[in-house]
Structure formats: C-alpha cells, structure tokens
Design a binder for this molecule. Structure first.
Ligand code: ADP
Ligand code: MG
Ligand code: MG
Length: 479
C-alpha cells in the first residue's frame, strides 16, 4: 500500500544557502538552550552536544492532537485503578512472570511490600501516553504504549516551540507560529513532584532522583531540578544511583528513607526500568528498601507493573475496560485508540495469535515486557521468533501488536556531526502526551494533562528513541 503524506508547514525543499544558514542558527539555539545530550562516544561531563531534532515542526492533525490531550486524565485514572487492582495485575501478569525474570523481580517486590503492609499509600505518576497516526484509518491516533516509569523529554520539548518560532521567523514564515501549541510539560511534571512533596508534609525532607550510572540525557533531567529549585527554593534534590542508594540510604524506625541525614519525601525514578540497570542483587535490595519506605514513589512499584506491555494487551481484551470505567462512552473513546493487541499465552488464544502472525508477520510487532526502546521485533524477525517459540512457554513474556502505519512527513533531521546541509527525508512522528496523577487506592488528589512531546524518525526505521540515537525531537504543527 502506498503511504499517504501530510502537508508540511511550509513548501519544501528549502534552497541550500538559506537552509545551511537556518540550520546553523537552529543548532546554536539548541545548544544554548539545552536541546542537548551527552556524547556517548566521547563522554565528558564538561560538554553537551545537540540532541537530534527536526528543523521544522512536523504536521499533526489538530483534532487528533486535541483528542489525545483530552483523553489523558481518563487514561491516568484508568492506569491508577489498574495499578490498585491486585487481582487484575496478578491474573494478567501470572504467565509472563513464570518466564520473565525481570518482571517477576519487580512483582516480588510488590508482593513483599504488600505482605509487610503499605507504608505509603500515595503514588505519584508522571505518565506519558504515546501515539502514532494510523493512515489507512484517516490518520486517527492509535496508542503505541503507556509509559509509567521514567517517561522522558518533557523538559527539553517544552523549549521547542520557542525554537520553532525562531526558525519559522528566520524562514520568513512568522505568521504560521499560531499553529504551534504551547508546551508546559516541564512545569506541569515538576508541579506533580512539588505537590507530592507537600503531601508528604515533613519540613526539611528532600527529593531523590534515581539516576543511571551515566546520564546521557542529562539536560532533560537537570531541567526538572532547576525548575523545582526555582519554584521551591526550600526543596533540596539529590541524584543517586541504585548502587549509591544501597550503600547510603537507610530506613529509620518510622520507615522513613534517610539520605544525607534527611528523610526523603519523593523518589523520582529516571532509572530502574530495564534489567541492565540492576547489574547485581544490591540494586534490587536498594529498590526494595525504597519501596518499603514512607517516601512517595514516582512510580510506585504497582504503577510500574501497570505500565507493562502485558497489561496494555489485557486492557484491549473484550470487556476489560468496562471493569474500570463505568460510562460506556468513556470506554468507547478509549477503545477507539487501541489497535489489535493479542496475548501469546500458552493457551488456545495464544496458539491462534502465533499462527496468525507467522502467516503474515509484516502486519505485526512482537513486544517483550521491556522499556527503553530497541526491544521489539518486526517483520521477518517476528516470524522467526514465533516459529522458535511455537511450543515454548517463553512466548508468554511477549505480546503481539498490530503494526501501525503512520503517514509520511517530509523534513530535515539535524544531528551533531550530521551532513550540512541536511537532506530532505521521509519521516514519521510519534506523539506523547504527559499526565500527572497523585492518589491512593481510595482517593485521587490530582489528575491532569500537562503537556506533550513529538518524536520523529526516518520512515524506514522501526523505532525512534531519541536517547537511543534513532529519533529526533520535534513539536507539532497543527493542521
Ligand atoms: P518502549 O517501551 O521500548 O518504548 P514501544 O512500545 O514504545 O516500547 O516501542 C518502541 C517503538 O517501536 C515505538 O516508539 C514505535 O516507534 C515502534 N512501535 C511500537 N509499537 C508499534 C506498532 N504497533 N506499530 C508500529 N510501530 C511500533
Ligand atoms: Mg515505554
Ligand atoms: Mg515507547
């Protein structure tokens, strides 16, 4: 099938001399405003290079953008309820737990914490729901996944509308700026952390960011620290790895998590979502210690479990949404954004899904219970993996998802060390909407949509993670 194309914000291509000039200006703007990451090849704490971005804001249908924005509080609440439904989580994850050691270890922590008695009933969610447009379906949005842990790029992308306003003016199209929505993701996400801090209500308490051994995506993380410090000079933030938490953090007799002599009010995980971030038992012990504590976790362990691919698939099964949403209207609105999702459990349904995907592998994506990009299988690899797992329980660690075919967009990707001027490419965009939720099982204190991000990748790349080096930061131009 030929792929449709969305009209770009201005006529393309841009003439070479003008293009070179504007790219140079945009690169400097990016560097000087923290649209950056640390260099993976020549790592140094003394330098930052530009994060990949597209030169022009990519077109996105206004109605679909608004739909995603309006839906966010509904999805926040759905995930909150799912996370607090022990029976649903257990039933949904039980087969995957037998074959997926990582999810099983997270789940064990959840069981231990529950058995011991929950010390902190409040959870903080800084969520991001991701969408691709489905072009055979009038470019309506379909949900790619729902992130409940370490959802990134809210900070850097909050700067991008300003960069694009500048770029558009340099190109003589300042009049089009009205079609670029503001993005308040950074202040919105930080307002969640601050609100949770105030609910903890212990003077002199601190905030703890759980970070990787090496943070390449440092700008995005630091912007949160700067923003919180500006809004609330009384809040001190510490950055610690899981290993440092193992060595330095302790629980006192009130189960407060004590770091640098102070109780921790909020723990914000920017690490801890993938197996490589737990190289030894120490990191797992640290995670358990944090979960046992009175600190408000972002996410709590059950929020993290609710964000697994297996839960996403289970929610798409007939009748599942109705368990969590009373209004049939809401559940039809949510159902509308789901694409085909199939269980690969070792049963009759799983059997059927395996055969269906082997027969027509190009139509599907095979996803393990992982985060962070680069874990999924596509096309011939789907077929090969499913033939290998046809008679193995191992397949319950995966879900099968219909492949979404987004419309093409024309644009220029600007990267550190990239060709000058960049060439005009075929791209596709993925929209992310950020949400904040704070609550206990009984009561939701806050629930709101706070901003968005757009990531754009080469049309022929399977995945587009920016931190993984595949995608480029972007901002929507509403059509
Ligand atoms: P992760 O948690 O690792 O980010 P995702 O479900 O977001 O996992 O998948 C990673 C990337 O793979 C997405 O950003 C998207 O580019 C691509 N992808 C995932 N699911 C689909 C799908 N159903 N159709 C097309 N592309 C997909
Ligand atoms: Mg994810
Ligand atoms: Mg993703």
């Amino acid at each position: 099938m030929s792929q449709s194309r969305l009209a770009s914000c201005i006529p393309l291509p841009i003439e070479n001399k003008l293009l070179t000039n504007v790219v140079e200006k945009a690169k400097d703007w990016a560097l000087m405003h923290g649209v950056g990451m640390r260099d993976k090849v020549h790592f140094s704490k003394d330098s930052i290079q530009i994060a990949p971005f597209v030169l022009l804001p990519s077109p996105f249908p206004r109605t679909e953008f608004t739909k995603a924005v309006d839906l966010q509080p509904v999805l926040n609440e759905l995930m909150h309820k799912v996370a607090h439904d022990d029976e649903f989580l257990e039933k949904t994850l039980q087969n995957a737990l037998q074959v997926d050691d990582f999810t099983a270890k997270l789940y064990d922590i959840w069981v231990k914490v529950r058995e011991e008695g929950i010390t902190q009933a409040l959870s903080l969610g800084l969520f991001r729901s991701d969408y691709l447009m489905q072009q055979p379906d009038s470019n309506r949005i379909k949900q790619v996944e729902f992130n409940t842990v370490a959802a990134s790029f809210g900070a850097i992308t909050s700067n991008l509308p300003t960069m694009y306003r500048y770029v558009m003016r340099q190109l003589g199209h300042g009049e089009l700026i009205k079609n670029m929505p503001e993005n308040k993701a950074l202040s919105g996400l930080c307002s969640g952390i601050i609100e949770a801090y105030d609910l903890f209500a212990v003077p002199s308490a601190v905030v703890l960011f759980v970070v990787e051994e090496v943070s390449y995506n440092i700008c995005d993380q630091r912007f949160h620290e700067f923003e919180i410090s500006e809004k609330r000079p009384d809040i001190m933030i510490y950055r610690k790895t899981l290993n440092e938490i193992f060595e330095e953090a302790e629980l006192n007799d009130k189960k407060q998590l004590i770091i640098e002599g102070q109780p921790v009010a909020v723990v914000y995980y920017r690490s801890g979502y993938e197996p490589a971030q737990y190289p030894s038992q120490k990191e797992w012990d640290a995670r358990l210690r944090v979960e046992r504590s009175s600190a408000i976790k972002c996410p709590s362990i059950h929020y993290q479990l609710a964000g697994t691919k297996k839960v996403q698939q289970a929610l798409a099964a007939p009748g599942a949404l109705e368990k969590f949403m009373s209004e049939s209207e809401v559940s039809s609105r949510v159902r509308d954004i789901f694409t085909g999702l199939y269980s690969l459990d070792f049963d009759e349904n799983g059997e059927r899904a395996v055969e269906m995907a082997i027969a027509d592998a190009e139509r599907f994506v095979l996803k393990p219970q992982r985060e962070g990009g680069g874990n999924n299988l596509y096309g011939a690899d789907v077929k090969e993996a499913l033939i290998r797992m046809r008679h193995s329980r191992e397949r319950a660690a995966y879900i099968l998802m219909e492949r979404i075919l987004p419309p093409l967009i024309s644009g220029y990707v600007v990267r550190a060390g990239g060709s000058m001027p960049p060439t005009l490419c075929d791209l596709v965009s993925e929209l992310g909407i950020f949400g904040v939720i704070i609550g206990t099982k009984e009561k939701i204190h806050s629930n709101r949509q706070v901003g968005h991000m757009l990531r754009t990748k080469l049309a022929d790349a399977n995945e587009g993670g920016v931190a993984a080096g595949l995608g480029a930061l972007d901002s929507p131009y509403l059509l």
